[in-house]
Design a protein around this ligand. Structure first.
Ligand SMILES: NC(=O)c1ccc[n+]([C@@H]2O[C@H](COP(=O)([O-])OP(=O)(O)OC[C@H]3O[C@@H](n4cnc5c(N)ncnc54)[C@H](O)[C@@H]3O)[C@@H](O)[C@H]2O)c1
Ligand SMILES: O=P(O)(O)OC[C@H](O)CO
Length: 441
């Protein structure tokens, strides 16, 4: 036995030494191992295209690395810009190092926010206390920030999106690709639209989405979390290595502390991300009323049901599995209902007896609780379809926020109990023998 083993080892060593280049074999194994680890660590020398023995590998193509611009610099906008800028430095073959971040300019104690970000490398207003990479360049001009971009990452509170998109119209090439990190809907002449579809339609560019259980302050501090990116290859996809695909997106967003799963269900992750903010407001109301964890859990249960129903009814292309399998689904619902801004605003409304806008003003220092706007958009859409009664929790949130409905009426509003009817049966019940078990063949 010992002899056989020894012979096998010798054979392997000989094969490695003489039949091919052992060093490159080890190198390839290392690259493959890193890639298979779902790119847990990204280094300048490891990217998915280099290990592929393909003539279309990115190192053979005549394309410059992708330029990335982040549009938005709020709490999440700045956090995602940090994530992206860390990855562009580490993957110079794939991405241009400098990342432009469009900043809605404002003065902070006499200084421009863009100047503060570019010199002190902190967004002192929207992400204080977090050091930003030096290759993240704040730019107050929207058009200048996008002029060389291959990839646009949209990340603004969604009420500002239409104006931004209208300014961009006519200035963006069809070959640009985009990811929307926004949570909300656009309700207008086209009915209810995903924000990624809105961007796609308005700018004529392919757009996916990023959404997950991602409270920005935790991601910014590099506490581990997961997210979901969803993207569908466009009809004019240029090919691997020449265009944005799932691998490129993973390289752009995945960090050791921010684990990315890339799928193609753009609708599923966007619906879940938008609607969980409405559910979080309801959670905040019952928390503010002092009703405790059971009430919050009940709200989340009903809320998840309405989220899935909304998806199935209006976006049948969304997949039910996404809601429970992906970070963008139930995980985001849980984290937002535990510690998000929507729940804080709603709790403050309940305890201080102020409206949502006053609560936002007092608590958020210019940030936005997106559920406040989303519940109105959802109500408008459901009212148009005469379906408000089918979504009693969403409707209750709207009525509380905009029509001062008392919060303690939520349980009655969402009560689903059907009246229990006893069926009259005149027939004799069949004789049963409780000691026997019927085995079906
Ligand atoms: N913050 C989070 O934890 C988080 C996490 C995941 C997703 N999101 C989503 O990301 C999106 C962006 O959220 P955020 O947290 O970055 O924003 P935010 O709530 O921090 O909003 C502040 C931003 O809005 C900008 N702003 C103010 N007035 C403006 C105007 N007139 N035009 C354009 N911009 C203006 C400010 O300059 C600032 O950049 C939202 O849809 C949100 O739901 C947020
Ligand atoms: O702070 P919120 O309530 O806007 O929620 C933040 C994120 O959407 C959580 O993923």
């Amino acid at each position: 036995m010992f002899l056989i083993q020894k012979r096998l080892i010798c054979q392997r060593v000989i094969t490695r030494c003489y039949s091919f280049d052992y060093k490159s074999y080890i190198q390839r194994r290392r690259l493959k191992k890193n890639y298979n680890k779902d790119i847990k660590m990204t280094t300048p020398h490891v990217h998915p295209f280099r290990r592929v023995e393909s003539t279309q590998s990115i190192i053979h193509m005549h394309r410059q690395p992708f330029n990335v611009t982040v549009i938005g610099s709020g709490n999440w906008g700045t956090t995602i810009a940090k994530v992206v800028a860390e990855n562009t430095v580490q993957n110079p073959h794939l991405f241009a190092k400098d990342v432009n971040m469009w900043v809605f300019e404002e003065n902070i104690d006499g200084e421009k926010l863009t100047e503060i970000i570019n010199t002190r490398h902190q967004n002192v207003k929207y992400l204080p206390g977090i050091d930003l990479p030096h290759n993240l360049i704040a730019n107050p001009s929207l058009l200048d920030s996008v002029k060389d971009a291959d990839i646009l990452v949209f990340n603004v509170p969604h009420q500002f999106l239409p104006k931004i998109v209208s300014q961009l119209k006519g200035h963006i090439s069809k070959n640009v690709r985009a990811i929307s990190c926004l949570k909300g809907f656009e309700v207008g002449a086209k009915g209810v639209q995903l924000l990624s579809s809105y961007i796609k339609d308005e700018l004529d560019i392919q757009c996916g989405a990023l959404s997950g259980a991602n409270l920005a302050p935790e991601v910014a501090k590099e506490h581990w979390s997961e997210t979901t990116v969803a993207y569908q290859l466009p009809e004019d996809f240029k090919g691997e290595g020449l265009d944005v695909d799932h691998k490129v997106l993973k390289m752009l967003f995945h960090r050791p502390y921010f684990h990315v799963n890339v799928i193609d269900d753009v609708a599923g992750i966007s619906i879940a991300g938008a609607l969980k903010n409405v559910v979080a407001l309801a959670c905040g109301f019952v928390e503010g009323l002092g009703w405790g964890n059971n009430a919050a859990a009940a709200i989340q249960r009903v809320g998840l049901g309405e989220i899935i129903k909304f998806g199935q009814m209006f976006f049948p292309e969304s997949r039910v599995e996404t809601y429970y399998q992906e970070s963008a689904g139930v995980a985001d619902l849980i984290t937002t209902c535990s510690g998000g801004r929507n729940v804080k605003v709603a709790k403050y409304m309940a305890t201080k007896h102020v409206d949502a806008f006053e609560a936002e003003r007092v608590l958020l220092n210019g940030q936005s609780a997106q559920g406040v706007i989303t519940c109105k958009e959802v109500h408008e859409w459901l009212a148009t379809c005469e379906l408000t009664e089918d979504f009693p929790l969403f409707e209750a949130v709207f009525q509380i926020v905009y029509n001062k409905m008392p919060m303690d009426q939520i349980p009655e509003m969402i009560d689903e109990l059907e009246p229990f009817e006893v069926e009259e049966d005149d027939e004799e019940p069949p004789a049963t023998n409780t000691n026997t078990t019927t085995v079906r063949s």
